[in-house]
Design a protein around this ligand. Structure first.
Ligand SMILES: Cc1cc2nc3c(=O)[nH]c(=O)nc-3n(C[C@H](O)[C@H](O)[C@H](O)COP(=O)(O)O)c2cc1C
Ligand code: SF4
Length: 437
């Protein structure tokens, strides 16, 4: 059995874990000192050698992304730390932000130096994280006071500072180009790509967008070396990983493991199985955007590649567990309702399609479904997937397609019996008002 590790979470149980004194006592900012004695290109090579893949959702190799940034554009280079964390079921970045903010701030200064960033980086934090934003502001002030931010950092000649920018509660502002638009003061509407942010990003300048956990990993790579980082996990799925487990489990929470941890083992052995004792009915392994897995599909390691091979995605590593009491139609409906609400509305397939899927799912869940609805949902999904400007459209159809394909009988039961399945929490005549039961 894979045992939990404490690397990204090593400081979180320390008293006053967010303070710079605690961070310095546990060896903090030594990695920055080391990084500033190296050449930026050496740091990029180091991150490439670590095989670090982005923790924001897509699992894109971080060193490669950094390598795309042109150094001769004549414009400043920007680093944006994506702290929007709005993917349903995801709450790992929040732990770092609130409990160990210096781990990410140190990683930001190192990353900014490595990509040749100008004098300012930004943390784009979701509006709801009011406490997190406060913690970050305090930590940044501490870092400035100690000379880790500002002019001529640690005598290296490198000038840099970090600004916290609070979002206003839109999921789409987590998408990197929606985030960039929002940071520029515009509506958070994703841009057409290419050009990619590495070439034309915020303020028209080359930009790297990285997730909080990715940036925290950079600190560890510089501190302990790429070989150490690669020794955790397996090839191309390296380093410590935070998993957010929620839903019908006995012990929900943020867990840290190498990516060799098995999904079933994580749920059953580490999280205590289902709180109800009922069998597992379904698992969403990577946040609301990830296709649903059935119990016979969860005996897999939680690597980017293995989860993809199983037909889903690791995404933001938000594992949502449903026991037999869950209604899959309700689950899919609620997720699609979220995506329909959060669609920015720029492109027709996503804007109209998500709303139509929500309507059809709602009528199924309220006992007014039609025999053809399951196929209609698949047809709608087909008209959204790959036909929208950003990945939100593709995200919205993940639960729909997997839900219909893997639980078709449950969808049909709703039509034929005007009811959820017996044994599910919502079992009742769905076409009758709630009070009539
Ligand atoms: C709709 C949507 C929402 C997203 N939300 C987030 C988010 O909250 N946090 C995040 O880090 N990445 C999010 N992403 C992924 C970002 O676009 C981007 O890929 C990521 O921040 C890159 O960081 P990484 O390379 O370190 O993973 C989202 C993507 C989409 C399509
Ligand atoms: S896919 Fe949806 S969220 Fe993305 S740009 Fe189009 S309308 Fe906006």
């Amino acid at each position: 059995m894979t045992e939990p590790i404490r690397v990204l979470t090593r400081n979180i149980d320390e008293p006053d874990s967010a303070s710079i004194d605690t961070y310095l006592r546990t060896g903090g900012y030594k990695a920055l000192e080391k990084a500033l004695s190296m050449k930026p290109a050496e740091l990029i090579d180091m991150v490439k050698a670590s095989e670090l893949r982005g923790r924001g959702g897509a699992g894109f190799p971080t060193g490669m992304k950094w390598g795309f940034v042109p150094q001769d554009s004549g414009k400043p280079v920007y680093l944006l730390c994506n702290a929007d964390e709005a993917e349903p079921g995801t709450f790992k970045d929040r732990l770092i932000i609130e409990k160990d903010p210096h781990l990410m701030i140190e990683g930001m200064i190192i990353s900014a130096y490595a990509i040749g960033s100008g004098p300012m980086s930004y943390i784009y934090i979701r509006g709801e994280f009011a406490y997190g934003a406060k913690v970050l502001e305090k930590a940044l002030a501490e870092a400035r006071e100690k000379g880790f931010l500002g002019k001529n950092i640690l005598g290296s000649g490198f000038d840099h500072d970090v600004t916290v920018h609070r979002g206003a509660g839109a999921y789409i502002c987590g998408e990197e180009t929606g985030l960039i638009e929002s940071l520029e003061g515009k509506r958070g509407e994703p841009r057409v790509k290419p050009p990619f942010p590495a070439v034309v990003g915020v303020f028209g300048a080359p930009t790297v967008v990285n997730n909080v956990e990715t940036i925290a990993c950079v600190t560890l790579i510089v501190e302990k070396g790429p070989d150490w980082f690669r020794s955790i996990g397996v090839e191309k799925n390296t380093g410590p990983k935070l998993y957010c487990v929620s839903g019908h489990v006995k012990k929900p929470g943020v867990y840290e493991f190498p990516m060799t941890v098995n999904l079933k083992e994580l749920i059953v052995d580490h999280c205590g199985g289902t709180a109800s004792g009922l069998p597992i009915k379904a698992v969403i392994p990577g946040g609301g955007s990830a296709p649903i897995l059935k119990p016979d599909e969860i005996d897999i390691p939680l690597t980017f590649d293995a989860v993809q091979k199983a037909g889903s995605m690791l995404g933001s590593a938000a594992i949502m567990v449903m026991d037999e009491s869950a209604c899959i139609v309700e689950c899919v409906w609620r997720l699609v309702k979220f995506f329909a609400h959060e669609s920015c509305g720029q492109c027709t397939p996503c804007r109209e399609g998500c709303n139509w899927m929500e309507s059809v799912l709602h009528r199924l869940e309220t006992g007014q479904g039609r025999q053809e609805d399951a196929d209609l949902l698949l047809d709608m999904s087909d008209n959204i997937g790959g036909k929208s400007l950003c990945a939100l459209g593709d995200a919205a159809i993940g639960p729909v397609i997997s839900g219909v394909q893997k639980f078709r009988d449950e969808f049909l039961y709703h039509v034929e019996h005007k009811s959820c399945l017996p044994g599910t929490k919502r079992y009742r005549r769905l076409d009758m008002p709630v009070g009539a039961h």
